[in-house]
Design a protein around this ligand. Structure first.
Ligand code: TXA
Ligand code: MG
Length: 348
């Protein structure tokens, strides 16, 4: 695999109509374009061009066994990328598109092997971000786009995160990064496999199980047979370690456990700079804990999710050597957030 190139990184491009058109032209010419979606930033390539898609894997350092999501402008384009369009797909598309739900269906013959990692199925979604939709319409092609970060690292929720993670691998001569500001949802789409019966939720995300079941009836959720909400496995290529900050990240199931660890830490000779990601507010820490940055993300799952990656990036940037996470409750409404936290951390 090729390493970093020596070309300068692309500058962030404002999402003007001209720049979006230039990005669409770049995609059609086989280049890569990073763009905002409502979930996280994607690193896009023409999904019908296997050579362009190969560069996505190279730039991300992504294993070839991990398939990519194909982004399309509307349901008609999704039908073209897939080999069949069952009633469930129609109902779900009507209910949740444009939006953060990826549907896995048999693939169309036009979708190259490299996208599906050799599987017979393909993941498709219509993103709801206005810039992403405009880019899809201007380009007039399906756009393959994984999250725009190096493999296993935190997904980007701002254009600056993309530049930092991938700048050294992108080429200002042809690739682009469209700056669409901060992503509103903040975690990746729900991935639902409609090739199985009942359908299987491979990756929990912003569209919750109950919302899906209200439309198509009962589904299966990987890891949900026990009380445990975050057993990692799931989609092909979905690794247990994933979505991780650079700092050593530890999780604690309760505030009490986290506070006990803090009390213990207070006695240590060397205090690494520590970031704490809490749910509710924390009482002021003592002087000896001066090297601690605390961020309380709140008790509402959606708001929490919208800030999570941004805060983890920020704590990394602040030079935290460790990040301690107070896990939100083991309840259905926290499933997607707990899934990402479980992958980003080890037990504290
Ligand atoms: O919100 C999102 O989904 C973002 C934005 C950019 O759209 N994209 C994203 O892509 O998170 P990525 O590549 O980081 O994650 C794609 C997930 C992986 O877990 C992959 O295994 C699964 O989708 N996936 C894609 N195609 C699949 C298929 N044919 N069968 C099963 N899983 C599939
Ligand atoms: Mg990803």
């Amino acid at each position: 695999m090729r390493s970093m190139n020596h070309a300068p990184a692309p500058r962030l491009a404002a999402p003007t109509p001209e720049n979006i058109q230039a990005a669409a032209a770049a995609l059609r010419a086989g280049a890569l374009v990073a763009f905002a979606t409502e979930t996280v930033y994607g690193l896009g390539a023409n999904a019908l061009d296997a050579g362009a898609v190969a560069r996505i894997f190279e730039v991300k350092g992504r294993p070839a066994t991990n398939p990519l999501i194909v982004h399309v402008a509307d349901e008609a384009a999704a039908r073209q990328a897939t080999g069949s369009w069952p009633r469930e797909a129609e109902l779900l598309a009507r209910a949740f598109w444009p939006g953060p739900l990826t549907l896995v269906l048999p693939r169309a013959a036009t979708i190259p092997d490299i996208i599906t990692a050799g599987l017979d199925s393909v993941g498709v979604r219509v993103p709801s971000h206005a810039i992403a939709l405009q880019l899809l319409r201007d380009a007039g092609i399906p756009i393959a786009a994984p999250s725009a970060n190096r493999s296993e690292a935190l997904s980007p929720t701002r254009a600056e995160h993309v530049l930092q993670s991938l700048g050294a691998w992108l080429d200002s001569g042809r690739d682009m990064i469209l700056d669409g500001g901060a992503c509103a949802v903040g975690i990746e789409s729900s991935v639902l496999d409609l090739t199985q019966s009942p359908p299987v939720l491979l990756r929990p995300g912003a569209i919750a199980r109950a919302q899906i079941e209200a439309v198509i009836g009962s589904i299966r959720v990987l890891g949900a047979s026990s009380a445990e909400i975050d057993t990692p496995r799931a989609s092909p290529g979905m690794m247990a370690r994933h979505y991780a900050p650079r700092a050593r990240a530890l999780r604690f199931e309760s505030r009490r456990e986290l506070e006990a660890a803090l009390a213990h830490r207070a006695q240590a000779k060397y205090l690494p700079r520590l970031g704490i990601v809490a749910v509710g507010e924390m009482a002021a820490l003592q002087d000896s804990q001066a090297l601690v940055e605390v961020r309380a993300l709140g008790t509402q799952p959606e708001k929490y999710a919208s800030r999570l990656y941004d805060i983890l990036h920020e704590l990394d940037e602040a030079g935290c050597e460790e990040i301690w996470v107070e896990m939100p409750p083991q309840r259905e409404e926290w499933r997607a957030v707990r899934d990402r936290l479980a992958r980003a951390t080890v037990e504290g």
